[in-house]
Design a protein around this ligand. Sequence first.
Ligand SMILES: Cc1cc2nc3c(=O)[nH]c(=O)nc-3n(C[C@H](O)[C@H](O)[C@H](O)COP(=O)(O)OP(=O)(O)OC[C@H]3O[C@@H](n4cnc5c(N)ncnc54)[C@H](O)[C@@H]3O)c2cc1C
Length: 497
Amino acid sequence: MRRPVVCGDYDVIVVGAGITGGTIARELSKYTLKAAVMERASDIPFGSSRANSSMIHGGFDDKPGTLKARFCPAGNKMYKVLHEELDFKYRACGSYVCAIGPDEERHLEMLLGYGHKNGVQGLEIISGNALREKEPRTSPEITAALWSPTAAIVNNFEASIAFIDNARQNGVDLFMETEVTGLLFSEDGSHIRGVSTSRGDFTSRVVINAAGVNADLISRMAGDDSFVIQPTRGEYFIFDRNIGGMIDAFFFSCPSDKGKGVTVTHTADDNLLIGPTSVVQTDRENRNTTRPGLEEVFEGAARLVPNIPRNMAITTFSGVRANSVSGDFHIYPLDKPRGFFNAAGIKSPGFTSAPAIASFAVETIKETMPDLVKFEPDPKFVPERRHIPRFADMTMDERKRLAAGDPKWGQIVCRCESVTEAQVVEAIQRGARTVAGVKLWVRPGTGRCQGGFCAPRVVEILARELGVSPLEITRHGGDSRMLTGRTKDPLKAEGRP
Ligand SMILES: Cc1cc2nc3c(=O)[nH]c(=O)nc-3n(C[C@H](O)[C@H](O)[C@H](O)COP(=O)(O)OP(=O)(O)OC[C@H]3O[C@@H](n4cnc5c(N)ncnc54)[C@H](O)[C@@H]3O)c2cc1C
């Protein structure tokens, strides 16, 4: 459906439109320079930014001195402003790390110490009984918990879209279904000259690598093989919104060498979410869920919150972390070729850290590459953007007023999440091209029927708005067509009217 691009000339090209690429693109859009983002997928977000716990971590569990410990608490603070500026859902819920027994309690003390060194405010260890007074559904086995009041949860789809959307409003070009397949260099190899992509070559003086699970591959193209990504899958269950209120805060198990362990949370959209596992794999794309993985999730969650009704699960999913073998982020410019910048190994807490990483990346490029790009502040930069109005959250009067102005606001497309035709149309006008893309923007298909009711209607609206046959509409791009052909009308086949 997308026309081939011949070429383009930019000051800066960002590879990858996840939360890292999106926040960097928005930072760049504050300047008059010409920037573009290349994204191989059909929808945003696609990689780790699409399937994660969506927690805005307090910043206490990363070892002081690491990049994670530096950027996570800083990112946490930035989200408090950014969610209002960019209009994405954010629930200031706080988090508990729960300990069962003396060994795990000692671990809480260690995390508290890390938190103080990392500058995290308001941390406190409370007893198991004090926890149960606030959160009565938590396990009687929990003996103590580390409370972090600054932790929050966001709608990760909305947040990822918001940064890119605002960057685009401020002049950044976004090329979807455009895979970076190589880098272009000056004749002597000393400077970056751009990228080769599945849709042609684009020249650029600076290239920023924010390619998530593929970031080591892009870095190797520039001759830097100093880090290796170890894709690590995490599986989840998500439950009906009816039981989201079982708990209010975000609950962590005590971390182990495998990671932060299984968590239980009430999402920004009121679902109950449990997971993830942590399985190292060689495949960068495998997002399967497995029976043993899901059992592990359920058992881990029950240690924190017993009696979660399994029959209220509406679906399972998994995400792949771009874990670097070093365990930390890799954020730096290369000396040679000049013009290349890595924002790589962005594992958890990468979502939290992204705005702070973005501002550091742009400041570093400004300082180290003044001969390559001119950073003149753009007086026309608009920091705010609005999401598509959320019908589900409106009062009846607001709904009636909108429906009186445009009947599409009165047409419910998704019953589970109360999404109207007007929202679906606006999602398409603002860039959604697939059924998954519409879901990421405005949520049809995220509810209890998982698209059973709304998917045919979304296909119909996509086809109408894009002016193509419904047979062309895909679930998530490529050959994932929703329909395989037309069935014969049985009545007409029998010659009946
Ligand atoms: C299971 C799980 C749980 C997590 N929980 C949390 C959490 O609660 N809180 C938190 O802060 N962090 C969490 N994280 C980490 C967080 O999700 C990531 O750190 C963050 O999303 C990374 O964003 P990114 O933009 O760097 O990568 P991605 O979101 O993966 O984006 C990279 C993009 O690059 C594109 N791309 C790749 N190769 C190419 C190419 N050659 N050409 C063009 N485009 C390309 C991909 O399609 C993708 O869209 C979790 C991660 C996982 C997987």
